[in-house]
Design a protein around this ligand. Structure first.
Ligand code: COA
Length: 462
């Protein structure tokens, strides 16, 4: 403290100058109203070599925030998902359209000499390269980190692989493999059943979102260092990151049974690994999925009910068990833990007399945390989600109108618009000319060389 005071006295003029300089360096706030000042990632150009779900999730969200996403696709085929799970003949599948909004598509055979040259020019014109090829593919294309860095020292190279360095690093990986290898499947499902995968695509979309976070972080660091860097996210790591609470419980096991797990109350001993816990809550507040009115015919007539300790007395009143408020077997959280199965069965007797929405109406005003099990149909029809842009209707030239899931991250000064996915190679000419600066003659040469078009190549060969 004293030293600091001394320093302050010794250099008063210098300190004043610094303060003045910092204040002057602050950018003046925009006078434009919120949402009218462009997009957060305006000016960032992404070279999108990604395919299927994990990489495209990442580049789509960057596109929603305003990045110019140039998706490179194999001539004639494109991203394999264009043709997978097709519901409308000759139209890009929903699998593709729902993961590739706000992008431009250029077709390029990266193994063709001219295609390779175009790709190298793209590297020089972009800020970030995103890829989720199988292990070693990028290197086999000749695009090692050293080479890319030499072409463009500012380039950020962002990769998703199934596994990080280790015994499985050479393996190809899809969603469910990541869920299994990342600890999600072993901890999901019921104790007496097999491991289960979840419908939420935590391996693909989850890892894509993590990669997006890595990219904006690296872009921020580049503002200070001026150079790019490599980003690697392994799907196993991404899933494990989302399963953190189960790794917490793994360590707690050493110190005794997991009392908030239903199996404790049932008297079933724990093994040496975290068991599947059915619908037990993952936190300190016991919860379970309970039947509601209509459950016999409606597979989604259920509600998640949490017996949060501070509102326990309200739970007792609502379900008609006021005597539990003072009964020593029910009045305190530790007393309730061995009886959770009975407690939830009793609450269920009450929820079964109400629809899930009626349970919401009764419980929410008294702060009892409950949540309806919503079907995809109900979510698709929910108007409030349309109003916030979480669900969006998009028009597409070959498939017509379809519903998609929009940006869940709402920034007040960077409004998200969801623009339809590109047709295969829709922007090839535009990107060659306007982004890469090839002359009209050069563009024609490239187009005729077979580097961008499989059919032209076979015509030339014939
Ligand atoms: N022009 C020419 N060739 C191209 C090309 C283009 N525009 N785009 C891709 N290719 C080639 C690659 O060079 C590679 O060829 P090579 O093996 O001869 O080097 C091949 O197409 C693609 O290989 P790969 O990425 O391994 O595709 P795959 O269909 O065999 O495997 C995955 C798909 C998803 C399993 C694999 O990419 C993978 O494990 N990715 C990492 C993990 C991941 O993201 N998984 C989740 C996907 S949602």
């Amino acid at each position: 403290m004293a030293t600091r005071k001394k320093a302050k006295q010794a250099r008063p003029a210098a300190k004043k100058a610094t303060v003045k300089k910092t204040a002057a360096a602050l950018p003046a706030p925009s006078k434009l109203p919120y949402g009218k000042a462009g997009k957060a990632l305006d000016g960032v150009r992404i070279l999108d070599l990604s395919h299927v779900q994990a990489g495209p999730t990442c580049t789509q969200i960057l596109g929603w925030f305003g990045a110019d996403v140039i998706k490179v696709e194999r001539p004639g085929i494109g991203d394999i998902t264009r043709g997978q799970l097709r519901d409308v003949p000759n139209a890009d599948s929903l699998y593709f359209t729902m993961l590739n909004h706000n992008k431009r598509s250029i077709t390029l055979d990266t193994k063709h000499p001219k295609g390779k040259a175009v790709l190298e020019r793209l590297i020089k014109h972009c800020d970030v390269l995103v890829e989720n090829f199988g292990p070693g593919v990028l290197d086999r294309m000749g695009l090692t980190w050293d080479y890319i860095h030499k072409l463009n020292p500012r380039m950020i190279v962002a990769s998703i692989k199934g596994f990080g360095p280790g015994p499985f690093e050479d393996c190809k990986v899809y969603e469910n493999i990541a869920q299994c290898a990342g600890g999600a499947a072993s901890t999901t499902g019921f104790r007496d059943g097999p491991p289960l995968v979840t419908g939420a695509q935590i391996g693909d979309s989850g890892t894509g979102l993590l990669l997006g976070f890595g990219i904006v972080t690296a872009l921020y660091q580049r503002t200070k260092t001026g150079r790019g860097q490599r980003i690697n996210v392994a799907m196993q790591d991404g899933v494990l990151n989302l399963c953190r609470v189960k790794m917490r419980d793994q360590q707690r096991l050493k110190h005794g049974p997991l009392k908030e797990y239903g199996q404790f109350g049932e008297g079933v001993p724990f093994g040496d690994s975290v068991p599947r816990a059915g619908n037990d809550s993952g936190g300190g507040q016991p919860g379970w999925i309970l039947k509601c009115k209509g459950w016999e015919t409606d597979p989604d007539a259920y509600i998640y009910f949490i017996t949060q300790a501070p509102i326990w007395e309200k739970v007792c009143d609502v379900i008609g068990k006021p005597e539990w408020k003072t009964d020593k077997d029910y009045a305190t959280p530790p007393a309730r833990l061995p009886r959770l199965k009975h407690i939830f069965a009793t609450i269920e007797q009450w929820t079964m007399t109400k629809t899930k929405y009626e349970v919401m109406e009764i419980c929410n005003p008294v702060d009892i945390p409950v949540g309806p099990i919503l079907s995809m149909k109900e979510l698709a029809e929910e108007q409030s989600l349309r109003k916030t842009g979480t669900m969006v209707e998009v028009d597409h030239p070959t498939r017509g109108k379809y519903l998609t899931v929009g940006n869940p991250i709402k920034l007040s000064d960077s409004i998200s618009e969801v623009k339809r996915s590109p047709l295969l190679g829709e922007h090839t000419k535009e990107i060659l000319g306007k982004v890469l600066g090839y002359s009209e003659k050069e563009v024609t040469e490239i187009l005729q060389s077979g580097a961008t078009s499989a059919p032209l190549k076979s015509k030339a060969a014939a």
